[in-house]
Ligand binder design. Structure first.
Ligand SMILES: [Zn+2]
Length: 298
């Protein structure tokens, strides 16, 4: 009787484990159009950015390399969708959560592609960021090997992916991946779809970011995969722009009448921009950062 009970409990546990596994696979990786995949972030595993890949006739193009541990998880999930070789990885920008996994893809046979400005930023800034992290000790920093000025395209007749420079915005070299046929846009961190954003990054250019979003609004977009947060539509670009434009204009007005950053942090309300303005602490950091940037450039 006791043995039977133990066997039953064991069987139930197994079912629970399998269920969880099946659920996590299907919820993380999604085919958003034939041959176009999106893998959602796993923040609890410090895989914080979203990733995509496109299966061409003979090869695969990956969009954003993630952290090294993220790259490993992505490679595993990617292999469940296709056995074609990964020829190229596009880094939307040089930040670690999008580019530090480059070496794992290079070892899998890929070249890393990004904008010229992104490459320059990677070379200038990533060695220091890499050296400062204990988590990266067992991995290798790999800069992109191919770069483009304004635009380049992967096109085999069946699929077309355009890599387009949009920055400066979140960084100097931000670029996006656009699939005109499927109307899919992978935005990197120029657009997120969750509370907060990274305008406090030292590289961020507030007015440039608005111009970048305006350029992105000219594209015909049905499905939007943000750098962070949930899948969206073109509305996410409108929402992101409204939040940033509201933030920048309030700070600029405040500076104009001689207000301090402390005052503005208390006065400016951004919670009406959902979901971007829902994190009060991040709003405060953003207000201070924009204040410092605009005050400096006056
Ligand atoms: Zn990011």
């Amino acid at each position: 009787m006791k043995r039977l009970l133990i066997a039953c409990i064991f069987a139930l546990l197994l079912v629970a484990v399998f269920r969880r596994e099946a659920a996590s696979q299907s919820s993380l990786t999604q085919e958003i159009a034939p041959g176009v995949w999106y893998r959602a972030a796993e923040p609890d595993k410090n895989i914080i950015a979203n990733t995509g890949w496109v299966e061409f006739r003979d090869y695969v193009l990956v969009i954003d390399a993630n952290f090294p541990w993220g790259a490993r998880a992505i490679l595993e999930d990617l292999r469940k969708t296709t056995s074609k070789p990964i020829r190229a990885v596009f880094d939307t920008h040089y930040h670690g959560d999008h580019a530090f996994g480059n070496s794992l893809f290079v070892d899998a046979g890929a070249v890393i592609v990004c904008s010229e400005d992104c490459l320059a930023e990677s070379r200038a800034k990533n060695p220091k960021a890499w050296g400062a992290s204990a988590e990266l000790k067992n991995y290798r920093l790999e800069h992109p090997q191919i770069s483009f000025r304004e635009q380049m395209a992967f096109d085999d007749g069946a699929h077309r992916v355009e890599l387009r420079l949009m920055g400066p915005g979140h960084t100097r070299g931000d670029a996006v991946a656009y699939l005109p046929k499927e109307k899919i846009l992978f935005t990197g961190d120029l657009c997120v779809n969750r509370p907060g954003n990274n305008i406090s990054d030292p590289d961020a250019d507030p007015d440039g970011w608005i111009r970048a979003l305006d350029k992105m609004l000219q594209l015909d977009v049905a499905i939007l995969i943000p750098g962070h947060g949930v899948q969206g539509t073109k509305d996410a670009i409108h929402g992101q722009r409204a939040y940033l434009a509201g933030l920048i204009s309030e700070v600029r007005k405040g500076i104009g009448r001689g207000a301090s950053a402390d005052q503005l942090e208390k006065e400016i309300t951004l919670t009406q921009y959902k979901p971007w303005g829902l994190d009060d602490n991040r709003n405060k950091t953003a207000i201070r950062a924009v204040y410092a940037k605009l005050n400096r450039s006056r």
